[in-house]
Design a protein. Sequence first.
Length: 256
Amino acid sequence: MVPPLDLHSTALVGSVGAGGANMDDTGLLEYLTFEEASGTIENKSQSGDSVGTAGDGTVTGATYGATGIIGDCLSYDGVNDKCTLGSTLSTFNIFQSATAQWTLNFWVKPTSHANQDIILDSSNATSANNGIAIDFRGTSGAIRCAVFENGVIVDSGTTTLTAGSGSWHMISIRYDYSLGSANLKISIDDSTPETDNKTKDGIGGSPSGNLTLGEAYAGNDGSFDGLADEFSLWSRVLTDAEITTLYNSGSGFSIY
């Protein structure tokens, strides 16, 4: 006899997604859990919108098997460690779209901060720069999200929210082109988001570099020093309730 469905299960958030997902995984392009002991970091998204193996990661220097917010994670030394994502530049061109709606969500445990230490980047150092960069500003753990369009920087400014060293923090960045203002939202640890207005020109095409975790794609600026885990990229704007679910009172949440 099939047991009755428990409608009070904590795994049910909105609608359950494909492949037994613990939340609605519609639009989940990329999901990295960093449980691998060596080799390729696999895109674990089972969504029909997943970029599949084209989103797998290649590790350079970073240490496998560190203790993550959930299971294991990668450890970055703050010098030149990185994880490079995407088999082609076009794999993650969502940031360049004129009709973009996206969410980036990931966990970090910084060991230290320095101004312009890169957490994530798909840009380069040329004047025709295209892509996205997320970095620390100053030494307190404040962050900035910058989107580059033909070398023009459209950024969030420096947040008053901080991801302090020595503790795990969840960073969530959401963008919705359809909003006339306050279309870029940044929150840390499920806080009330800070908002900014990103211009909606959208150049289309591909970023200047592969999406890179831990270091600038071109190797300029500082590198991330600390642990990073549970990275997800969505082609939709997650709701506040879904961000709260992923935060899970500071314990993290496995999408599958």
